[in-house]
Design a protein around this ligand. Sequence first.
Ligand code: SAM
Length: 310
Amino acid sequence: MSAGKKKISSLDYPELGREAVEASGNGAISKLPPGLYVVATPIGNLGDITLRALATLAQADAVMCEDTRASGILLNLFGIKKPLFSCHDHNEDARTPDILRRIGKGEAVALISDAGLPAIADPGFRLVRACREAGHAVTVIPGANAALTALAGSGLPTDRFLFAGFLPPKSTARKKDIAALRHAEATLVFYESPQRLAASLADLAEVLGAARAAAVARELTKLHEETRRGTLGELAAHYAAHDVKGEIVILVERGADETENIDVDALLDARLKQLSVRDAVAEVAAMTGLPKKEIYARALARAPAKTTKK
Ligand code: SAM
C-alpha cells in the first residue's frame, strides 16, 4: 500500500491488517516461531500501529493484554480475532507459568498493553525476565511510546535522558524522589496524571529550581495534542490556573549547575517557619543533596534563636 493510495483520515483498518498479514506471509497466515512477542500498540492515533505489529498479532496463538475488552476492540478494528487473556500488574506473576507452558509447547504468545510499548510503565518486565530465564525467545515489535514521542518533540536536549516513570502521589515522597534526580545530567522524563500535574510541577519547581526549562506534552498523537514549553515556575503557574484533561508527559532540562538553580536559604527559611530545626535541616538536605552539617550552619546563621533553643 503506498502512502498516496490512502489518506490517514480514511484508513481502512481491517484492510490494513489483511495487507500486513499478506505482506508478511504470502497471503497465508503463517506460523510464528514459538516465543514471547512484545508488541507496541498506538498511544492514541490508530494509524501508528505498525505493519509488523498487525502481522504478529494476526499470527500469534494467543494475545496477553491488560484489558481484554479494550484490546478486543482494538484488534477487532484491524480485523484480527484472537483468544485474549488478561495479564496485568496484579496477575502477571500468576499468569507467567501458563505463558511459559504455552511457549514450551510451541506457541507464539503476544503481549500488548493498553497503549504503547509493554513493559514501559506497564506490565511485562517480569514476564520478559521469566521467558529469558527459561531460555525462550523474546521478540520486541517496536512502535509508539509516549516518553520518546514527547522527548523528540520537546525541543529539550535528547542526547541523554532519564525516564523516571510516575512520581509518587504524595508531596513529601514526591519531593524526595525529585531531590534524588537533582544531580542527573540528563533531560528528565516523567509520566503524570492531569489531576496531579499542577502539584507535581510545583514540587519540581521548588526542588529543582523554578528557572529550569521544561515542557508538558499532552494528548500526543491525538486530536488535542499540545506541547507547552516554559520554565518550571511558568508551567507550574499555568497549570495551577488551568485544569487539563488527557494523558501527560513532563520533561525537565538538566540543571546547568545544581547549586546555582536552587535557593537553599529560601528553602530553609520556609522550612524553619513550619518545622523544628532538626526536621528543617533534614528535609532541606534531602532536597538539595547538600551535607546536613552545611545546612545546619546556614540554619544557625539564619535563625540563631531557634537553633540555640533546640
Ligand atoms: N507503555 C506506555 C508507553 O509506552 O508510553 C505507557 C503506559 S503508562 C501506564 C500511561 C502513561 O503514559 C499516561 O498516564 C501518560 O503519562 C503517558 N501517555 C500515554 N499515552 C500518552 C499520550 N498520548 N500523550 C501523552 N502521554 C501519554
